[in-house]
Ligand binder design. Sequence first.
Ligand code: RP5
Length: 160
Amino acid sequence: MSKISVSIIMGSQSDWPIMQSATIPLNELGVSFETRVVSAHRTPDRLYQFTSEAHLRGIDVIIAGAGGSAHLAGMAAAMTHLPVIAVPVPSRHFNGMDSLMSMVQMPKGVAVACQAVGNSGAYNAGLLAAQMLALKDDELSQRLQQWRKDQTESVPVEVE
Ligand code: RP5
């Protein structure tokens, strides 16, 4: 494993069952990551400290998952120049539609790469982070290209 390049942050421990999906492609591709609970509204000072220091600690990409009024990704993107990939976590009352709208409708000037709601979005967030890092890492790029080939070959032609 190389240096920790990806930070997976989430608004609550309760987001982890969804956000854990982000770790699958990262592990498969050999990308090191850290996980942190950082809430925009419950721990604003922690969010400030995290975004102030992330690039200094060598983090290259941030994955931010949250549910409900999911301002975590937008706030993180407002406070760091690092790319932020957002994962809308399914919420208790609106199945994640509120999370999606909060994350995807960023006003111009602060970019957030919003993924699908739920496990698929978290999984793809990990994959996208690896693709970003592969731009400057030839060995990771080779692993990523092989991973994509393997995935394509794993799709059966016949329906069982
Ligand atoms: C958000 O509120 C979190 O991201 C989580 O999705 C949601 C509910 O949090 P808990 O009340 O379960 O801690 O801040």
